[in-house]
Each structure stands twice: as structure tokens, then as C-alpha cells.
Design a protein around this ligand. Structure first.
Ligand code: PAF
Length: 282
């Protein structure tokens, strides 16, 4: 595996691979790998001639007072895991290589970023779409891989890709979970043991909501209230949002008449976790 930290060097390397007729799969990450990242790499490995992983904790997608400084980092461990997962190129640039002095161009997807995490984290998606657009331009992958845990992000990146005519497929893979259902996240390592136990309420509440819809409940308010009540029963949890939305427009829904996104964000101490499920009435 080759490790590259210069944008112009990864651009040249990928250009030369494309000229040789190789297909390129990109897994964009902020590092601190877990099984979810590895599942994206394995799929990229199976689908493409060349797998590129980017490891970059992107400062502009963190708001003031958010956890940029404390975001888990383990570049050496990540590189070792990437190599074992069969990655060909790891792109791990320093911040000033991605945002050099004078940088002032941003990419903004509008409506899809208004609700859910966009409402509680102003500017977050602008940071995501700006760095993802830069990665797509540098690497020009045939396919790029994202996890369903960040459902809104995956929809926003699909929109970005279509709107800016990036010639690539976005592949979204299922959330990988711990034994008790907690969605794997780099931030999970920051949970204290009691918070970690409490966090299993997220999966349990999504599952309970799905059961209620399957047995006939159609009112979004009833489901959201039930999810909220279950999470609020856990003293260490503080709800940021619980929402039922259209799975493509992400607009809030009153009734569950077809596939519906149930999405939530909840804090345990300083750690904010997200999860979601597409619920389809029986
Ligand atoms: O999902 C993430 O890890 C990040 O938001 C991404 C897509 C790598 C952009 O920084």
C-alpha cells in the first residue's frame, strides 16, 4: 500500500491508473476505523481494480464548540488496517494541503441539508460536500462508498454528485452494528461504560418503532413520541432530534404510508450519536 499526503501526487497517481484502464473505488473517511469502515473497504476491493482510502479529519465540517479537537485519531492503526483490507492507496493529507492559505470556495447542497443533522449542526454539510467534491476531483473514482448510518450525508452526497455531474456511482452500504445493536461509530470509544450501556436504547427504540408500524400504527407523531419516551427513559440520554421523514426528500411526514426514514441524534455526555432505519409498513 502506498501512502500519499500531497493532493497533486494522488491526482497524478490516479490519473495514471485510469490511463492504464484501472477502475478506482474511493472510501472517504475521517479515520479511527471500525468494522463499518472495513466493510466499505472490502466492498470497494471486490468492485474495483484499485482501492483508495482517504483519511482526513475535515475541520470545516465541525462547528464551533464541536468535537474537532477530541475526534478520535489513530493514523498508524488506520494505515495498518487499510493495508490488511487490501487498500492500494491511502491518502492522508495535512489540513493545509486541503485548505491552503487563501482557500475560499465551498460547495453547498441546499434543501436536503436543512433538517435533521443540518438543523442541529449548521455548516456541517457544507464542510462535508466541500471536502467530498475535492476528493472526487482529485481521485476521480468510478465508485465512492458511504455508510447508511450517515443517511442524510449519503443523500446529500448523491445530490452533489448528480448536480455537479461527477461521473461516478455512490454506493451506500448497511450500518454495521455491535452485538447489542449500537451502530458502529468512531465516536463510540468516547462513551464511558455506563453511557455505552445506555446507548443501546437507540437501536432498541428504532426496533420497537418498526414493530409498531408493522402492526399497523401509521401516525408519525405517535411513533416519534414513543421513540422519544423510550429514549427519555434512559437518564444518560439527551435527545437532539427524533424525526420521521420521506427517505428521499428528507421532508417531515405526518403519516407512514410507504418506506419512511426514522432518524435520530442523541447525546450521551459530550458524545453525539446518530442512527436511523427505513421503516416500511407491512
Ligand atoms: O463520513 C465521514 O467520515 C465524513 O463526513 C466524510 C464523508 C469522510 C467527509 O469528511
Amino acid at each position: 500500500m502506498q501512502v500519499i499526503d500531497e493532493p497533486s501526487a494522488i491526482q497524478r497517481r490516479c490519473e495514471s491508473l485510469r490511463r492504464e484502464g484501472k477502475t478506482i473505488g474511493l472510501v472517504p473517511t475521517m479515520g479511527a476505523f471500525h468494522e463499518g469502515h472495513l466493510s466499505l473497504m472490502r466492498r470497494a476491493r471486490a468492485d474495483n481494480d484499485i482501492v483508495v482510502v482517504s483519511i482526513f479529519v475535515n475541520p470545516i465540517q465541525f462547528g464551533l464548540g464541536e468535537d474537532f479537537d477530541s475526534y478520535p485519531r489513530d493514523v498508524h492503526g488506520d494505515l495498518a488496517q487499510s493495508e490488511r483490507a487490501g487498500v492500494d492507496l491511502a491518502f492522508a493529507p495535512p489540513i493545509e494541503a486541503i485548505y491552503p492559505k487563501g482557500f475560499q470556495t465551498y460547495v453547498d447542497v441546499t434543501e436536503l441539508t436543512e433538517g435533521l443533522c443540518g438543523a442541529s449542526r449548521p455548516g456541517h454539510f457544507r464542510g462535508v460536500t466541500t471536502v467530498v467534491a475535492k476528493l472526487f476531483n482529485l481521485i476521480r473514482p468510478n465508485q465512492a462508498y458511504f455508510g447508511q448510518k450517515d443517511y442524510q450525508q449519503s443523500m446529500v452526497v448523491r445530490r452533489l454528485t448528480a448536480d455537479l455531474n461527477f461521473d461516478l456511482d455512490i454506493v451506500v452500504l448497511p450500518t454495521v452494528r455491535e452485538a447489542d445493536g449500537l451502530a458502529m461509530s468512531s465516536r463510540n470509544v468516547r462513551l464511558t461504560p455506563p453511557q455505552r450501556r445506555a446507548a443501546s436504547v437507540l437501536y432498541a427504540s428504532l426496533s420497537r418503532a418498526e414493530e409498531r408500524v408493522k402492526i399497523g400504527e401509521r401516525s408519525a407523531k405517535t411513533i416519534v413520541d414513543a421513540v422519544r419516551a423510550m429514549i427519555e427513559g434512559e437518564p444518560l440520554a439527551r435527545i437532539d432530534y427524533v424525526a420521521l421523514c420521506h427517505p428521499e426528500t428528507l421532508q417531515p411526514l405526518d403519516r407512514i404510508d410507504g418506506p419512511t426514514l426514522l432518524a435520530l441524534a442523541v447525546r450521551f455526555g459530550e458524545t453525539r450519536l446518530i442512527d436511523n432505519r427505513i421503516i416500511t409498513p407491512a
